[in-house]
Design a protein around this ligand. Structure first.
Ligand SMILES: *Cc1c(COP(=O)(O)O)cnc(C)c1O
Length: 471
C-alpha cells in the first residue's frame, strides 16, 4: 500500500465526487468537504488515507462482527474461487458450501426451522419474505391474506419492498412508497413516547397496537407481522421485555405469521445466535444478512420455519422467485469460515456473559455527562440521546442537527459512532475485549466533551446550566 499523501486523497475524492453516487448521501454537501477515504482495517480499527487510526464503533454497517483482517475468511474465498467461483441453483443444481451453510444455519436457529432461502442482502431477503408469506397463504387457499404489518421507524432495507416494509418517513417520501398492502404501527420507543409510564406496562400497550391494527384491517386479511427484535437503523430502540411475548401472543391468537428481521441482531450481536427466542418470540421466518459473513462478502437469506416450509414444499408447486446469486458458493464458503471463527472464539457466549454486561456497565456511566440521557445497551449495541436539558427533559431543536455535530467530533477524534437524529448509537465488533470497550468509552467521552464545548460556543446550551446538571 502506498504511503498516505494529501495528493492521493485529493485524487480519490475528486473521482468520488465526479462519479460515485453514494447510498443515503447528500452529494452537494459531501462534495464540499470531500468523502473520507478508508484504506484498510485490522481488528476493531480502520485507517483513512490520511493515516488516521479510527475505532470502528459501528462494525462497518453493523456487520464486521469478527473484526477486520481475518485471513481465514480471505483463504476460504480464495480456495472456493479456485474450485468453483460460481454456479446457480436454478437448474436442479446445487453446490456444497450452500448445502452445508443451510444445514448449519438451520441447526443454529433451532428445531422449528428446516430450510434456508439465500439472497445477497437484507433487502432482498425481506422481498423474499413478502413473496413467501403471500405464496404461503395463497397455497392454503387464502390469497386474501396478503397484508403485512410493520412498524414506524423500522428498517427492513432499501429495495422498493424493503423500504415499504420499513417505516422511515424520509424513504417513503421519495418514489411513491410504501407499496400497497403494507401497514405500519407505532414503534415501542419508551423514552420518546411514554417516558413516565412503567416500562413493562408500556411494552404490553405497544404490542397491543398490533392487535388494534389487525382488527382495523380485518384479521382475515393479515398475512404477517415483521419486526426487528431490537431496531437498529431506527436508533437502537430496545423494546421493554414484555413487548415480544405479547406480540407473539397476538400473532398466535390471529394465526398470522411472524417474521423477525435479525439482519443486525443475529449471529451473536445480542448475545445469541438468533435473538428472537431469547426475547420471547417464536418467528416463522428469520431474515439474516450482515453478520453471517461479517460483511466480508455479500450474503443474506431467510431461515424458513417448518410451518411455512412444509406447506411450500408439499403443496406450493414451483416458487417463482430467486436470485442469480442465491446460494453463491464463494459467499457461502466465507460464511462457513465466519461461523467457524464465531464458534471457536466463543463470541456469542462472550457477548452474552462477559463483554455485553461490561459494555452495559461502562455505557451506563456516561449518564453523568451533561449531554447524555438514557444510555442503554443490549449485547453489542447501544444508544443514548443528546439532550439540551436532561433535568427538564428538553431536547435540542432538531434543525440544529446536534447528532451530526457529535458524529463529526467522533470522526475527528478517532471514533466512528452513528447519529440517528439526536440519538448516538454504537455496534462495535463482537471481538471487542474489555480493554477495547474501555478504549471505546474513553473515546466516547472525549467526543462528548468536544461536542459540549462546540455547542456551548455556539450558544445553544449555556455553560452555567450544563455545569449545574453535572453537579
Ligand atoms: C441493514 C438491514 C437491512 C438491509 O440489508 P441490506 O443488506 O442493506 O439490503 C434489512 N433489515 C435490517 C434490520 C437491517 O439492519
Amino acid at each position: 500500500m502506498s504511503a498516505p499523501t494529501r495528493a492521493k486523497t485529493d485524487e480519490i475524492q475528486a473521482l468520488d465526487s465526479a462519479h460515485y453516487m453514494h447510498p443515503f448521501t447528500n452529494h452537494k454537501s459531501l462534495a464540499n468537504k470531500g468523502a473520507r477515504v478508508i484504506t484498510r482495517g485490522e481488528g476493531v480499527y480502520v485507517w483513512d488515507s490520511e493515516g488516521n487510526k479510527i475505532f470502528d464503533g459501528m462494525s462497518g454497517l453493523w456487520c464486521v462482527n469478527v473484526g477486520y483482517g481475518r485471513k481465514e475468511l480471505v483463504d476460504a474465498a480464495a480456495q472456493q474461487m479456485q474450485v468453483l467461483p460460481y454456479y446457480n441453483s436454478f437448474f436442479q443444481t446445487t453446490n456444497e458450501p450452500a448445502t452445508k451453510l443451510a444445514e448449519r444455519i438451520v441447526s443454529l436457529a433451532g428445531d422449528r426451522f428446516s430450510h434456508v432461502f439465500f439472497s445477497s442482502s437484507g433487502s432482498e431477503s425481506n422481498d423474499t419474505n413478502v413473496r413467501m408469506v403471500r405464496h404461503y397463504w395463497a397455497t392454503l387457499g387464502h390469497p386474501e391474506r396478503s397484508i403485512i404489518i410493520s412498524r414506524k421507524n423500522a428498517y427492513h432495507g432499501s429495495t422498493v419492498c424493503g423500504s415499504s416494509l420499513g417505516g422511515m418517513t424520509g424513504m417513503h417520501a421519495q418514489g411513491g412508497l410504501p407499496v400497497p398492502g403494507i401497514e405500519h404501527i407505532e414503534q415501542p420507543y419508551h423514552f420518546d413516547l411514554a417516558p413516565d409510564q412503567d416500562k413493562d406496562a408500556f411494552g404490553i400497550e405497544a404490542a397491543g397496537w398490533l392487535e388494534q391494527k389487525i382488527l382495523e384491517v380485518g384479521p382475515e386479511k393479515v398475512a404477517a407481522f415483521i419486526g426487528e427484535p431490537v431496531q437498529g437503523a431506527g436508533g437502537v430502540i430496545i423494546p421493554p421485555k414484555t413487548y415480544w411475548p405479547e406480540i407473539q401472543r397476538i400473532c398466535d391468537k390471529y394465526g398470522i405469521l411472524l417474521i423477525c428481521d435479525e439482519v443486525i441482531c443475529g449471529f451473536g450481536r445480542l448475545g445469541a445466535w438468533f435473538s428472537s427466542e431469547m426475547m420471547g418470540a417464536k418467528p416463522d421466518l428469520i431474515t439474516f444478512a450482515k453478520g453471517v459473513t461479517s460483511g466480508y462478502i455479500p450474503l443474506g437469506g431467510v431461515v424458513v420455519g417448518k410451518r411455512v416450509a412444509e406447506v411450500l414444499i408439499e403443496k406450493g408447486g414451483e416458487f417463482n422467485h430467486g436470485y442469480t446469486y442465491s446460494g453463491h458458493p464463494v459467499a457461502c464458503a466465507v460464511a462457513l469460515a465466519n461461523l467457524d471463527i464465531i464458534e471457536r472464539e466463543g463470541l456469542v457466549e462472550r457477548v452474552h456473559e462477559v463483554t455485553g454486561p461490561y459494555l452495559a456497565e461502562r455505557f451506563a456511566e456516561l449518564s453523568d455527562h451533561p449531554l447524555v440521557a438514557a444510555p442503554e445497551t443490549f449485547g453489542m449495541v447501544g444508544g443514548f440521546v443528546l439532550m439540551k436539558d436532561k433535568a427538564e427533559k428538553q431536547p435540542f431543536d432538531a434543525s440544529l442537527e446536534v447528532g451530526m455535530i457529535c458524529r463529526d467530533h467522533c470522526f475527528a477524534n478517532g471514533l466512528i459512532m452513528r447519529a440517528v437524529g439526536d440519538r448516538m448509537i454504537i455496534a462495535p465488533p463482537l471481538v471487542c475485549t474489555k480493554s477495547d470497550i474501555d478504549e471505546l468509552i474513553n473515546r466516547v467521552r472525549i467526543c462528548l466533551d468536544a461536542t459540549l464545548k462546540d455547542i456551548q460556543s455556539r450558544g445553544w446550551m449555556d455553560a452555567a446550566h450544563s455545569a449545574e446538571v453535572t453537579a
